[in-house]
Design a protein around this ligand. Structure first.
Ligand SMILES: [Fe+2]
Ligand SMILES: [Fe+2]
Length: 200
């Protein structure tokens, strides 16, 4: 599978959990109390799957290869993507910091959680749209066949040897448990490392 297609597939799973987060935030606002256990699971997913596994491959493998093929590191689309990853990390910390008190029904903490969650939802959905429709097509044009093959090997190594396929599967299972709990549609994804395909 093309490396950018692996990232597209990961986007679909991230969107699935973003949809769950949206329901959590809406209920928190309506009920004045956050489902703390589900929010902690969502943070686990965003921190480890969306950030460490997915943004990790973008920041450590894809972006450096794009920079080596002429995309500037300090400005332009790659630099913007790196800044948005950092903005997302800050919002994850804000959500996490509000969970305990929001789960106990404290109004300011509920408001803080909802504010950070809505910020994260908007940021990530927009970020994913830019990557799917602009950045990845630009990368596919700029990278040679050899680059693409090398990138695929680097991704496989990052996922299997550094991140771990068991951890990856744990987080995919978590994403599906959350989707079931919040009655959210599953992202349609292809099998990358032999996990069950969800192409329908
Ligand atoms: Fe990204
Ligand atoms: Fe991405």
């Amino acid at each position: 599978m093309e490396p950018t297609r692996i990232l597209n597939n990961e986007h679909r799973v991230i969107e699935q959990v973003l949809d769950c987060l949206e329901v959590m935030a809406r209920r928190c606002r309506q009920d004045g109390r956050l489902d703390g256990a589900s929010a902690r699971e969502a943070i686990d997913f965003f921190r480890n799957y969306a950030d460490r596994c997915h943004h990790g491959k973008e920041e450590q493998q894809l972006f450096p290869m794009m920079e080596a093929r002429g995309f500037p590191a300090e400005s332009g689309p790659v630099a913007v993507m790196r800044i948005e990853h950092e903005d997302g990390r800050a919002l994850i910390r804000q959500m996490e910091g509000a969970i305990e008190e929001a789960a106990a029904g404290a109004e300011p903490a509920c408001a803080a959680f909802v504010r950070a969650a809505l910020g994260y939802l908007g940021l990530l959905r927009d970020h994913i749209r830019k990557e799917d429709h602009c950045l990845f097509p630009m990368a596919e044009q700029a990278l040679s066949t050899q680059d693409t093959q090398q990138l695929g090997e680097l991704f496989a190594r990052a996922d299997a040897a550094e991140f771990g396929l068991d951890e990856r599967q744990r987080l995919l299972d978590l994403a599906d448990r959350l989707a079931e709990r919040f009655d959210v549609a599953r992202g349609r994804v292809e099998s990358v490392y032999g996990e069950p395909s969800r192409c329908g």
